[in-house]
Design a protein around this ligand. Structure first.
Ligand SMILES: [Zn+2]
Length: 312
């Protein structure tokens, strides 16, 4: 059994908005199931540290970070069409971003084989200079930058199986050959990007891979699309660490999208990623909670993902 860190913080629940799909209930329902199922005994639960401003600026513009830190509205304010902020959101976002940095540290030092960051707000839509799609800071992009800047890694791979295209992450590394990005998502769909023709530019040409899926695609068909493409790409890229944007909104019960994944599909997709990590980087994986908006389906699917991470 692999040593898996489960990194989460109660203050990630302070960022919330009743009636919004991305609310604190997502983490509390997940936490309940992880305890009641006994899965908590197989992982090591840790609290993350908050990222510093300098660390957040590894992936975001100074003025944008400052503006998020300064915003302490009474009640709720909308930053864009979908993304809200409240008095505690900056705190939650610093912890969500810090969790990824801590996870990368622990896994690259060999203290854990794998880590799952059960944090929010999610991150993969956030751009360098603005919020988007429920995301304030791009947690996974920050972790990839931190792995290169502070942990001595030269090649980091990101794989994103959230139902939405990870546009913010793609944008961060579009011209960068040191971070390989693979996203599988419903398409055409929010946020609009993620067509198969988007493959990176300049030095990064060929280091972005998009796998668009038609509405109605099930988990087995999706895995059959992802596996050969990702496997071949990793054989030539030879990652030193694999980061996962783990969104669970491709589930058939999810209210926001139209794919047909079942709980167990998340186990199979995770196993596929683990086997590739075993081949290239001693199994090292750091995974991040992104979407997933049917609370029960989300909690069950994350448990399948964790079981997959625990296996060899
Ligand atoms: Zn999503």
């Amino acid at each position: 059994m692999k040593r898996v860190a489960y990194i989460t913080h109660a203050d990630c629940l302070l960022h919330t908005c009743d009636g919004h799909p991305e609310n604190a209930g997502r983490l509390s329902v997940l936490d309940k199931l992880i305890y009641s199922s006994g899965l908590i005994k197989k992982v090591t639960e840790l609290e993350p540290r908050a990222a510093t401003i300098e660390e957040i600026e590894l992936n975001h513009d100074h003025d944008y970070v400052k503006s998020i830190m300064r915003l302490k509205p009474d009640g709720l304010r909308l930053l864009d069409a979908d993304t809200y902020i409240n008095r505690e959101s900056a705190r939650a976002a610093m912890l969500a971003y810090g969790a990824g940095l801590q996870a990368v540290e622990l896994v690259t030092k060999g203290e854990f084989d794998r880590a799952f960051c059960a944090v929010r707000p999610p991150g993969h839509h956030a751009l360098r200079d603005r919020s988007m799609g429920f995301c304030l800071f791009n947690n996974i992009a920050g972790a990839a930058r931190y792995a290169r800047a502070h942990c001595g890694l030269k090649r980091v791979a990101i794989v994103d199986f959230d139902v939405h295209h990870g546009n913010g992450t793609q944008d961060s590394f579009y011209d960068d050959a040191t971070v390989h990005f693979t996203s599988m998502h419903q398409w055409p769909f929010y946020p609009g990007s993620g067509g198969a023709h988007e493959r990176g530019k300049d030095d990064g040409e060929g280091y972005t891979l998009n796998i668009p899926l038609e509405a109605g695609t099930n988990g087995k068909a999706a895995l059959a699309r992802l596996q050969p493409v990702f496997e071949k790409a990793m054989d030539s890229f030879r990652p030193e660490l694999i980061l996962v944007s783990a969104g669970f909104d491709a589930h058939r019960d999810d209210p926001l999208a139209s794919l047909q994944f079942e709980d167990e599909d998340y186990f199979e997709i995770t196993r596929m990623i683990c086997k590739i990590a075993n081949k290239h980087c001693a199994g090292k994986i750091v995974s991040f909670l992104e979407g997933g908006y049917d609370l029960d389906a989300l909690a069950r699917s994350v448990c399948e993902h964790l079981k997959g991470l625990l296996d060899e």
